[in-house]
Design a protein around this ligand. Structure first.
Ligand code: PMP
Length: 283
């Protein structure tokens, strides 16, 4: 593992965050997590597009170009020698005396790190159990902000229940939104369902890759429409997606077995196609 802060490579345990960094005090910033396969950044452009959108929504000035961000990614890959890994970066509004309103004349802070990461192929082959829990987050889940307490509490509730991931639903309408750190999908009668893009979910890059690139190429049917926990529990198949998990089958949800309790056929098709795409693009 190796980090980057303020224009230089740093060790991960180096003390670099100022007391009054607004990320530190308010969670006032955004982040991205990207995947490195075979020494190459996978789908970096889509991640950077989302990063810029998050910054715009929070009115944080954009002071890095795509070229600079890409260059820092590759300098970390090179300096660490990590070929299969995970890069995390965050941009905070900057450092200023603690006041809720935006400070004037501050420069956003970028920090980034790389860690090794291997695809969880054994887990992908058998699938995971998911916990069902109310979605207690704010109403701008479309922004990849540093504020993750709702997600953190949901994930821990899942772990306490011996589940891998928490799948959240909004209690007012009884509709599933997404996982605590993933997007959620079901398959019913060969139609793939997932929550539509709005303020209640993050537009996952893995989700976008499936919807825009993979599902059309496999001639499968996608429906972006919200559904209830009860509907999901009666699905034929279910899966979650994220940059680190790729396409991860879900074999039970809220204590109910999904389908025959094994990764579904369509899920496995998507899983293979996604891996193949990553392999092709990161040769
Ligand atoms: N939703 C949430 C809440 C997440 O934290 C993540 C992972 N960052 C995702 C969805 C999946 O996004 P991606 O495919 O871009 O990793």
């Amino acid at each position: 593992p190796l980090g980057f802060f303020d224009g230089r490579i740093v060790e991960l345990d180096e003390k670099i965050v100022a007391m009054e960094d607004r990320g530190h005090q308010f969670g006032d910033g955004i982040y991205e997590a990207t995947r490195i396969y075979n020494g190459k950044c996978f789908q970096l452009k889509r991640h950077l597009d989302r990063c810029v959108r998050s910054l715009r929504e929070l009115k944080i000035p954009i002071v890095y170009t795509y070229e600079e961000l890409e260059e820092i990614h590759y300098s970390l890959i090179q300096a660490s020698g990590i070929t299969n890994g995970f890069i995390y970066f965050q941009i905070t509004r900057g450092t200023a005396p603690r006041e809720h309103g935006f400070p004037k004349n501050v420069i956003p802070h970028l920090s980034m790190f790389i860690r090794p990461m291997q695809t969880k192929t054994e887990l992908q082959a058998v699938g995971v159990k998911c916990f069902l829990t109310p979605d207690q987050r704010w109403l701008r889940c479309d922004i990849k902000s540093l504020n993750l307490l709702g997600n953190v509490l949901a994930k821990q509730a899942a772990h306490d229940a011996k589940c891998f991931e928490a799948v959240m639903y909004r209690e007012d309408k009884n509709l599933i939104t997404e996982g605590s750190s993933s997007n959620f999908f079901i398959v019913k009668d060969e139609v793939i369902w997932t929550h539509p893009i709005n303020n209640l979910i993050l537009k996952g890059i893995t989700r976008t890759i499936l919807l825009e690139d993979i599902i059309p190429s496999l001639n499968l049917t996608i429906l972006e429409k919200a559904f209830s926990p009860e509907f999901a529990q009666k699905a034929d198949e279910a899966f979650i997606t994220s940059t680190s998990l790729e396409v991860m089958p879900v074999i039970s949800l809220g204590g109910k077995i999904i389908g025959d309790g094994k990764p579904g056929k369509i899920t496995q098709k998507l899983q293979r196609a996604y891996r193949e795409k990553a392999h092709q693009e990161c040769k």
